[in-house]
Design a protein around this ligand. Structure first.
Ligand SMILES: [Zn+2]
Length: 298
């Protein structure tokens, strides 16, 4: 750690210390006066420590006290409602998002934007890591439904675009896992319920438009992008994709105007010759990078 960083950190720690002492003082002052004992001091310090730990673990978003728009869940000043459709899209497919708990507390979330574009009964979100028939009867019933598809890439997955017409009936369900690549993988592997529906993937996908969060390869799309493409295919209506991606584009251009950096995937940077870090000398690492350039499959 550099001297400057550690100094800044120690200043921040001192400030926090003062803050928490203030909080502790307040809570003590509301109690009736009592005799100070060594024991009391110890528990009070322990409690203070516990509070500090707890506070540090809270998601950053909690600190924001800005008024939030109820429709798009964005702070009111940067509300994206003008980019949402006037009324919810009329779709026959129902979307089920299974969301990793860490995703729910991110500041930049795309699922609320998606939900705001669709009728509430056509877009349901289930938050958790593990799902079972006992605890999640509704989701379990969807997984057991023959009309349900699970969007998750892999060797077993069929391209959604190539699905047989008779598998693409009316009122189908599609399940999408919302989380980072490794969270989604863990959720897919450890939930046997997710092995019941037919597994599908999106084959020819454009490079992610969601440029604020770095995507490991161009195939990694945000949940909103996946849902937009999948719904367009299932409903055979390319307009759906346009309507759903509009708020995402607005979100990205707003973030970029306010200093966020464009995060292209490593794959994109390598292909366009913009990758500015020295290439590894290690042969195995070099091979992995070569594979990233030539092979689109994850
Ligand atoms: Zn709004």
């Amino acid at each position: 750690m550099s001297g400057e960083t550690s100094e800044a950190l120690s200043v921040a720690c001192n400030e926090m210390d003062t803050l928490f002492r203030g909080v502790a003082d307040l809570s003590i002052s509301s109690d009736p006066p009592r005799v100070e004992s060594h024991h009391h001091l110890t528990t009070s310090l322990e409690e203070e420590d516990f509070t500090l730990r707890d506070l540090l673990e809270l998601p950053i978003e909690i600190c924001e006290r800005r008024p939030t728009c109820l429709r798009c869940c964005r702070p009111e000043k940067v509300c994206l409602c003008p980019f949402l459709p006037g009324c919810p899209l009329d779709v026959s497919t129902s979307l089920y998002i299974v969301q990793h708990p860490a995703e729910e507390s991110r500041v930049l979330r795309t699922v609320p934007l998606l939900a705001a574009c669709l009728p509430p009964e056509k877009c349901k979100v289930f938050v958790g890591r593990r799902f079972s028939e006992e605890r999640n009867p509704e989701l379990a019933a969807v997984c057991q439904d023959r009309r349900t598809l699970l969007l998750y890439p892999g060797p077993e997955a069929q391209n959604l675009q190539d699905l047989n017409e008779d598998l693409m009936g009316d009122e189908q369900n599609i399940i999408i896992i919302d989380g980072t690549w490794s969270q989604a993988k863990d959720m897919f592997l450890r939930n046997s319920l997710f092995h019941l529906p037919k597994q599908v993937q999106l084959n020819s996908t454009p490079s992610s438009q969601y440029v604020i969060r770095t995507q490991p390869t161009n195939m990694c799309l945000s949940t909103l992008e996946c849902a937009a493409i999948a719904l367009s295919i299932m409903e055979k209506d390319p307009v759906i994709q346009e309507v759903l991606l509009k708020p995402l584009r607005a979100l990205c251009s707003f973030q970029l105007e306010h200093g966020a950096q464009v995060h292209h995937s490593k794959e994109h940077l390598l292909k366009t010759g913009l990758y500015d870090k020295p290439l590894p000398k290690n042969k195995r690492k070099m091979k992995r990078i070569q594979k990233l350039i030539t092979n689109q499959k994850i």
